[in-house]
Every structure is written in structure tokens, then in C-alpha cells.
Design a protein around this ligand. Structure first.
Ligand code: SF4
Ligand code: SF4
Length: 131
């Protein structure tokens, strides 16, 4: 990375207050059946857990800051930070392009997922019968 780009990236990071150190994502299998969506709903019952689908597939999104993020916004293990952090480019990151806007589908909470499931499956509300 050239010096000019690095300087502009540092300026961006200072403005955004380290958004990328405050969550994690985990790719999941694409939910297809009522059973799959019921499992995803259970995951979204948990605090700060969201789900989204983009061009790379489905993911869980968990808003929970990294333990190495210091109060002053610096990384406590900067020299030894993981490759995931090193590969994250401020020139192409979620600052100004939030995941919610870039996703094909975004479920901010269990209510929005439940609404989607009710539309998708006519028998959604009857899924507990016979269990
Ligand atoms: S890489 Fe992007 S999201 Fe992370 S701190 Fe910098 S500007 Fe913010
Ligand atoms: S290891 Fe450092 S750079 Fe990586 S998420 Fe944690 S605080 Fe951020």
C-alpha cells in the first residue's frame, strides 16, 4: 500500500471509531426449509445477533467488540493481529457502506426474520404442531 493511501485509510479509521473491531461474522449454510429458518430464528433470539445474505452467501453477524480493542480505539496486539484484520482495507470497508445496505437480505432482529418466514412459508405458524 502506498503512503498516500495508507494516510487516507488512517484518517477514515479515526473517523469511524473502529467499526470493524466491534463485530464478527460467520458464514452459515443457506437456510432453505422451515426447520432451517426456525434454527436461524433461534439464533436471532440472542442479543446482538443478526443475519444477512450477500453475493457470497448467508452469514451470522454478531455485534460484540474484540477483547483487544482498547478504550482509545487502538489495537492492543497490533503487531500480532490476525490476518483477517491485516487484510481489512479501509478503502473498501463497511465505513460508509454498512452491511445492512450491501446485503441482498438483512435481518436486524428476530422480528424481521419472523415476518420474512411468515411470507415465505404458508405453514410457518403451524410448524410447532406434532412436535
Ligand atoms: S477499516 Fe473501515 S470499518 Fe475498520 S476502522 Fe477503518 S474505516 Fe472503520
Ligand atoms: S485484533 Fe486488533 S485489529 Fe483485530 S479486531 Fe481485534 S482490535 Fe481490531
Amino acid at each position: 500500500m502506498n503512503n498516500k493511501k495508507e494516510k487516507s485509510n488512517i484518517e477514515l479509521c479515526n473517523k469511524c471509531k473502529q467499526a470493524c473491531c466491534r463485530y464478527l461474522t460467520q458464514k452459515i449454510s443457506a437456510p432453505r426449509s422451515i426447520h432451517d429458518f426456525d434454527g436461524l430464528l433461534w439464533q436471532l433470539y440472542h442479543k446482538n445477533v443478526k443475519a444477512f445474505c450477500d453475493s457470497t452467501g448467508w452469514h451470522l453477524l454478531v455485534y460484540n467488540p474484540c477483547v483487544h480493542l482498547k478504550k482509545n480505539g487502538k489495537c492492543a496486539i497490533y503487531e500480532k493481529r490476525p490476518i483477517t484484520c491485516r487484510d481489512h482495507d479501509a478503502g473498501d470497508c463497511e465505513y460508509g457502506n454498512p452491511i445492512s445496505k450491501l446485503s441482498v437480505r438483512y435481518f436486524d432482529n428476530y422480528q424481521s426474520l419472523e415476518k420474512y418466514c411468515k411470507k415465505k412459508f404458508k405453514t410457518w405458524d403451524k410448524r410447532h404442531l406434532n412436535k
